[in-house]
Design a protein. Sequence first.
Length: 200
Amino acid sequence: MAISGDLATWVGSAGTWAALGAAIYAGRAAFHLLRVEQQRDLEQEQDRRSAQASGVAGWTGFQPDTDLLSSMALPPDAAYPDVYLINSSRLPVYDLRLYLWVDFQDGPLLWQIRAAVPPTLQPVKVSSFLGAREHEAAVMARVTGVSLAFRDAEGNCWQRSRDGLLHQVPPSEHQRRTVRDGGESVVAVHVDAVCPPPLS
């Protein structure tokens, strides 16, 4: 009788341990599932937040050969590369700043500030000669890239770096006019504050 009692105790004890193991396994699985769900929710929220911003971009087109331009009878505005801007979202963006990257300076140059940019179906050329001074023409002729910063309709601040990557930035960074480039934030200089080499 003592043996059967010990066996019953052992079986009951093994059942308890098995139930405890199953509960621990179920708890770990539930915790893992919760983390996966939270990650998915975060990604969906980020996608929702960046949906408007992902439709805003700026880039350069034709890069002129200034030596060729100087030897041909072309109008002065031919020295400008084409700079394009698009807002393919359904809402306007605000406080947009266009930054130029040029071949004679390491950092970006603040070029244009626009209070609002409405939605556009096609890219809009934003560079124009408009009787620009020689100084600005010399800057524009040496553009190698464009960055931009803006606020979306929900008040979130964004930057698109010259390599096309989109970054959400704090409002303080937007106000300081810093530009993200290769993991760093670089303070922009106003285009009028630089001394470009003269057009050849």
